[in-house]
Write a protein that binds this ligand. Structure first.
Ligand code: ADP
Ligand code: C5P
Ligand code: MG
Length: 240
């Protein structure tokens, strides 16, 4: 499969590079497939900043914000939180990070997530990692996770699998249809899975060199301006 490896430049008709964009890799997979575990390794080896949509939502839920109760009830039902909330949290985290290479984990969870992110940020992923894991193994991992998550119980886990099949898999299939999917067999031990992940990132790393500091700052300033312009045009996110 051809990987679209470099989202950092776009070209005008005359071939001159006109813009540097942040590099975004979406990390998808069923609940408990090992997304967070592998992202931690990718950060260590390849200099990406990692943002888990679920982690950001849990932090927001615990912050006492006005969306807290709504987020808690969605998470405990395994439902997908409205995109404007999640995209807003992701966008904020990206802006504050000072980096320009992002792993966005557990997002987009449905077509609404996908379209909202693209409309608000104007960014399409360089590629999408998909951790493919059998349901029984994911269930085992969730029930053994032991991180005190309210949704790591068998009843909610089953609801989450159902939502994954109905809403998230179509997004995975979409990225496969446009040649952006990198599917990884996640049913193996952690180190073996990471060997496959490393192969994917090593092949793109040459072309996705980290920017220098000044360049990074400039990229982010342009990014913030572009987001504001997208918002004015599309009005996708309220609350601005
Ligand atoms: P996700 O972010 O996809 O929900 P996590 O990375 O949190 O999944 O992993 C879920 C649980 O499974 C964690 O307790 C983690 O330590 C464990 N785990 C992750 N990858 C593997 C693996 N390849 N083999 C066995 N256990 C794993
Ligand atoms: O990815 P994670 O397992 O941490 O997600 C936990 C929960 O957070 C999901 O079951 C869902 O309720 C919510 N979530 C969401 N939208 C996302 C990611 C997570 O609503 N894009
Ligand atoms: Mg996770």
């Amino acid at each position: 499969m051809e990987t679209v490896v470099d989202a950092s430049t776009s070209e005008e008709a005359n071939g001159s590079a006109v813009e540097k964009k942040p590099i975004v890799v979406f990390v998808l997979g069923g609940p408990g497939s090992g997304k967070g575990t592998q992202c931690a390794y990718i950060v260590e080896h390849f200099g990406f900043s990692h943002f888990s949509a679920g982690d950001l939502l849990r932090a927001e839920m615990n912050s006492g914000s006005e969306n807290g109760l709504m987020i808690r009830s969605m998470i405990n039902e395994g439902k997908i939180v409205p995109s404007e909330v999640t995209v807003n949290l992701l966008q904020q985290a990206m802006e504050e990070s000072g980096n320009d290479k992002f792993l966005i984990d557990g997002f987009p969870r449905n077509e609404e997530n996908r379209a909202a992110f693209e409309a608000v940020t104007g960014i399409e992923p360089a590629f999408v990692l998909f951790f493919d894991c059998p349901k029984e193994e994911m269930e085992r991992r969730i029930l053994n996770r032991n991180q005190g998550r309210e949704d790591d119980n068998i009843e909610t886990a089953r609801k989450r699998f159902k939502v994954f099949l109905e809403s998230s898999l179509p997004v995975v299939e979409y990225y496969e249809s446009i040649g952006k999917l990198q599917k990884i067999d996640a049913a193996r031990p952690i180190e073996e899975v990471f060997e496959s992940v490393k192969t994917v990132f090593a092949s793109i790393n040459e072309k996705v060199k980290p920017h220098g500091r000044a360049e990074k700052k400039f990229t982010l300033l342009k990014l913030q301006l572009k987001w504001k312009m997208n918002l004015l045009r599309n009005g996708v996110c309220k609350g601005y």
